[in-house]
Design a protein around this ligand. Structure first.
Ligand code: AKB
Length: 315
């Protein structure tokens, strides 16, 4: 019996690429893209699509009933910056959306669930360099609080209800195919677009703000590798630390200048996202993911920059 896979929040930065990758592995008809917005690709030719809001329980249940998915990827969320602008919605969507999906996954016997967490679960009192898997976690954004609470729920549903849930604490994700939506790390995508269009970029984070980042190719591969790993290898049921690279706007500028020597950067110094970035790790210790399911990133700063500029130029 072929497996159906639901990707909820399929039109976002991660979903756009994850759906394509899953369809190439499992076949287009088996991967059901779900979102509250119509995708900008041709739905009929690309594969099944359902309009679903994770907060509308009846409609969500109907989708579980129709497809009886064996795997569910829940990507619908409000990120750190938009979460601060709309704290109630961020909490409602990020928390109740997760609980709705976990409950229907139990009811419809979904074999595996994927839910993304974030480096936003850490806070000002977490160690900032090589932030360990386990340490003080005192997130001070609604997004971070919702992700930390979500991690606890994931572990709870695994331990108490036997649901096979897997999760990664994504760093800032960099991609050329789809735009990021409302995060603190978004500058690392916008900079490439402006570099090619205007040869200059005004950064909302200061020159020396170092943050953990990852190229989308690595993030998608890591997600699929984690979901494919034998259950007994998955020793963390909250969420895995995962590292790709770490850099500052200044370091990224220097890398872009290797290809666009006239590129310039300026800095705004009054953006609320700066305080969020200051409370997050600068780099991540991901030894647990390396040991448990052999995680290894392929993209460093220079390889990522080359690939971004190359693909955006041809786009
Ligand atoms: C954000 O900046 O909010 C996200 C994240 C790190 O989770 N990219």
């Amino acid at each position: 019996m072929p497996e159906n896979i639901l990707v909820i929040g399929s039109n976002g930065q991660i979903g756009t690429e994850l759906v394509t990758e899953l369809r190439s592995i499992y076949g287009s008809s088996r991967v059901i893209a779900c979102d509250i917005r119509r995708p900008d690709y041709d739905i009929k030719n690309a594969g099944p699509f359902e309009f679903v809001n994770v907060l509308e329980k009846d409609k969500l249940k109907a989708v579980f009933q129709k497809y009886k998915p064996k795997q569910v990827y829940l990507l619908a969320a409000l990120l750190s910056a938009t979460g601060e602008e709309n704290p109630n919605l961020a909490w409602d969507l990020n928390m109740n959306g997760l609980l709705n999906v976990l409950d229907f996954a139990l009811e419809y016997k979904t074999a595996k669930i994927y839910w993304p967490s974030s480096i936003a679960v850490f806070g000002p009192n977490s160690p900032q360099n090589k932030t360990p898997q386990y340490c003080i976690m005192d997130p001070n954004t609604v997004y971070g609080i919702s992700k930390l609470a979500g991690e606890r729920w994931c572990e709870y549903y695994f331990q108490k209800r036997g649901l096979d849930i897997r999760s990664i604490r994504y760093p800032g994700l960099i991609s050329w195919k789809a735009a990021p939506g409302g995060g603190t790390t978004d500058y690392a995508v916008h900079i490439f677009h402006d570099a090619l269009k205007k040869n200059t970029y005004c950064s909302f984070l200061s020159a020396n703000t170092e943050l953990p980042m990852m190229y989308m190719d690595d993030a998608i591969r890591g997600t699929i590798e984690l979901m494919g790993a034998p259950a007994e290898h998955i020793r963390i049921r909250s969420s895995y630390n995962l590292a790709g690279m770490s850099f500052t706007p200044e370091m990224l500028t220097a890398e872009i200048k290797k290809q666009l020597p006239n590129f310039t950067i300026s800095y705004t110094n009054k953006d609320p996202r700066q305080a969020i970035a200051n409370s997050w790790p600068q780099s991540i210790d991901d030894r647990q993911a390396q040991n448990d399911w052999s995680w290894k990133p392929k993209f460093d700063l220079s390889k990522m920059t080359e690939d971004m500029l190359h693909n955006l130029k041809s786009k």
